[in-house]
Design a protein around this ligand. Structure first.
Ligand code: BG6
Length: 478
């Protein structure tokens, strides 16, 4: 059943978070250290995120934003109550693997970690909020990196399978929507973050990244298989860092380039949703001497265990060109730098703003996979000012979200099956790329600055009230 503007009555309005960016309590409750716990604030962050690390231990003199984050670990009840007040139908969170298996490969799970998420899901359900769970949102137990080199090793497939079977058995009556890996394509761009991979000098990075990707794809298929056995009603999704690539001009070279760039990302979803390595990827491997080592049965496993829905993040579109002069005009954006699109404005961090690109991305993904879509990240990272009376008038954020929701609505009218919408960082959290607090996405302000000062007190921004109304009217009043 749809309302007159197209959103189904069952549409899941909500918000999205990730454990490593909100929970803090990085060494409490038996949790093990993760790759993200080693990503410092400040100038060395990118160096580490690209895998240039000397030691797999926190370094004296650095500060690590994930260690405290916004202390969601202790404050989740208060925060979930605020989400409930906004009328959230769902909340996307992730489970920290290292809370459940502190070393990733432990024989038995850590009961304290399991109990923590039991309580979190119960709290959501109490407020009528459906949990949407990412199984791995970038955080990989450091012990798996020390002992096996992260996802470069096939061994991780078994450990991940044990982890997923454990959480499925435990939460099967509380969680219906799951995603196996956050932004699985990110492993190509930030292998330390996406795969816990540190390179040694002289290694063939492309070979290692694609082999690690194969391991994750197999692990994802095994998780899907386990989910079907343990909780047949569950919905298992893949998750793509999306954003359509436009050819910069109608020069066929630019058009081909845009297609190739998109395929770099679609490759992952093609495997997870269609169940096989696409021809263009096989060609790329052949021509670049990449040899993916598979075990007997891998291909059947991938074929038989495809996902139920396609989740994705959308912050911006991208542009592609083969013209060296055009290529010199770059703009940042969700790690994947892109050519500046002269038709678009950009955020304070240079991420270009393209609401129509969301409609185009939805249609492209739906045409390609013919499965329901779930927009699990979207939003504007901006600096917010607290006025003397305590108010925060984030009209720029409302404007950003309003324009994206309008295009989302267009996509629904185009016939795209959309499960829901969870804007990113629904309460201010640590920025993944910069480690800053001042790059804020939330409807709820958190009193903490880049240096870690602040009371952690929560307050409602203007966008809180806007989003509440949006949800209450099922997107009719924007
Ligand atoms: C996505 C990630 O890439 O973008 C999130 O899944 C991240 O973890 C989000 O926070 C926004 O990026 P940033 O760097 O502004 O936090």
């Amino acid at each position: 059943m749809t309302n007159k503007l197209g959103f189904p009555e069952s549409f899941l309005w909500g918000g999205a978070l990730a454990a490593n960016q909100c929970e803090g309590a990085y060494n409490e409750g038996g949790k093990g250290l993760t790759n993200i716990d080693l990503c410092p604030a400040g100038k060395n962050r990118f160096k580490v995120m690209f895998g240039n690390v000397e030691s797999l231990k926190p370094v004296d003199g650095e500060t690590y934003p994930s260690h405290e984050a916004i202390d969601f670990y202790h404050k989740f009840r208060e925060d979930i109550a605020l989400f409930g007040e906004m009328g959230f139908k769902c909340l996307r969170v992730s489970i920290a693997w290292a809370r459940i298996f502190p070393n990733g490969e432990d024989e038995t799970p850590n009961e304290e970690g399991l109990k923590f998420y039991d309580e979190m899901f119960d709290e959501m359900l109490k407020h009528g909020i459906e949990p949407v769970v990412t199984i791995c949102h970038f955080d990989i137990p450091v012990a798996l990196m020390e002992n096996y080199g992260g996802w470069r090793s096939r061994k991780l497939v078994k450990f991940y399978e044990r982890y997923t079977r454990t959480i499925f058995a435990r939460y099967k009556n509380k969680v219906k929507y799951w995603m196996t890996f956050n932004e699985i394509n990110m492993i190509l761009h930030l292998p330390f973050v996406g795969g816990g991979i540190v390179f040694k000098e002289g290694e063939n990075k492309t070979q290692i990244k694609y082999q690690a990707a194969h391991h994750q794809l197999v692990a994802s298929a095994l998780a899907t298989k386990a989910a079907r056995e343990i909780m047949p009603e569950a919905m298992i999704g893949c998750m793509l860092a999306a954003g359509v690539t436009y050819p910069y001009t109608c020069n066929p070279d630019d058009v081909q380039e845009a297609l190739d760039k998109d395929r770099e990302n679609y490759f992952f979803i093609d495997v997870q949703s269609r169940g096989e390595y696409p021809g263009y990827a096989k060609r790329f491997f052949r021509e670049n001497s990449i040899d993916i080592i598979m075990e007997p049965g891998d291909e059947e496993l991938l074929k038989e265990n495809t996902v139920d829905y396609i989740a994705f993040s959308y912050y911006s579109s991208r542009c592609a060109s083969t013209d060296p002069e055009i290529l010199s005009k770059m703009s940042s954006g969700n790690v994947m730098a892109t050519i500046k699109n002269p038709h678009l404005k950009a955020s304070e961090w240079g991420w270009q703003i393209d609401p129509k690109g969301l409609r185009i991305t939805c249609n492209t993904l739906h045409d390609r996979y013919q499965k329901p879509l779930f927009i699990v990240e979207n939003g504007l990272g901006a600096v917010d000012k607290v006025e003397e009376d305590g108010s925060i008038n984030d009209d720029y954020r409302i404007e950003y979200l309003r324009e994206h929701v309008k295009e989302m609505k267009e996509a629904v009218l185009d016939g795209v099956e959309l499960i829901g919408y969870t804007p990113w960082g629904c309460i201010d959290i640590v920025s993944a790329s910069t480690g800053e607090m001042k790059k804020r996405y939330g409807f709820i302000y958190v009193d903490k600055d880049n240096e870690g000062n602040g009371t952690l007190e929560r307050s409602k921004k203007k966008s809180f009230h806007w989003y509440k109304k949006t949800i209450a009217t099922n997107g009719e009043e924007l």
